[in-house]
Design a protein. Sequence first.
Length: 401
Amino acid sequence: MNNSIKLYTGLLIVLVVVVAVFELSQPEPVDWRPTFNETHTRPYGLKVFYNELRTAFKDSVRDVKKSPYEFLNPLYNPESLTYDFNRNYIYINREYLPDEVSTKELLYYAAAGNTVFIASERMPDMLQDSLGFSTAYDFSPGKKGRISLANPHVKQDSVSVDDGRSGSYFQELDSLNTTVLGYQDFGKRHINFVKIEYGSGYFLLHTHPYIFTNYYLLKGNNYRYAEDILAYLDRDSVFFDSRDRRQLGNSPLRYILTQPPLRWAWFIGLVTLLVFMIFNAKRKQRIVRVLSPLQNTTVAFIKTIGNLYYETKDHTNLVDKKITYFLEKIRKDYYLETTDLNDKFVHTLAAKTGKDKAMIKKLIDLVLRLQSRPECTEQDLLQLNRAIEKFYAGNNVRKEK
């Protein structure tokens, strides 16, 4: 190891130590990503709500790790036309966009006499069409507001919201089946919480899921608002949909990149590998790729076609093709019309090629004779091939320029 390598290695070690000391001395930053995960203690996690949910329903909470269709369909009893387990179905996330089959299953589940509670900014179009509602957005970034309930007995249990960036609200509702339960006010008052009857059950829909996160439930008496919301559930047990909330992406490194120590180790490893490649590349010659020459497949192709005709024994077809190619070459090389293969044609061809007229006459007579036959034999094909090869033999061919 020469002095330059020792110097760069020492600098790299010092850099790693400095970065490590700097990282360890910094306070752990707050993760403000809205994960809506019931196991996260982050500001926008659902750990507090989930714990209170288990307390309110006396641990009669069952987690759902599958899609609504995969989970609810096996519980359906076709004989009684009901579900074996009747519970409140709860989903809280920034977006709720299940597939069409799962949306239909939720509708069937509610129609059987159950309650489905969804708190989300976006809801599937199929659900909106089936329940007769539509949503809109009224963005008010940085603007404070208040979310409250319509019931005058619990109207004081409102929640003060720091930012109106999440401004989803109900724009159109079916007044025959819908009961307004709550509002949001960020300068304009809009409906954000409704109860929609469907079959023997109903849907509870809320457009502001953030108020159920740790950040809001731990502030003041905001927990009372969540308690009032849960009071609208008429079952004593809950299906809690807890799938797809980690928002870690599909990268194989998603866990490493979410853990600061592992993330720094990964980046330092990449830098070390890059430095190694840069200095190591100076000592080795780049590999020269071996290029194989292109193979001439013409002979193999001809052999394949020849074997094909040989196996089919279609001598008449081969005779027609050889005559066609022969006359085409006469037209191309000597500019002669081959429509009438008469004595005049024989005389002109002999004059242009300088070949024996008797030999040409014999070849043309053979061509005319074979063209008139409905079937040709192998001997006819061989005779025609020898006559054409005899015509092309020699070096005394003259072509018209």
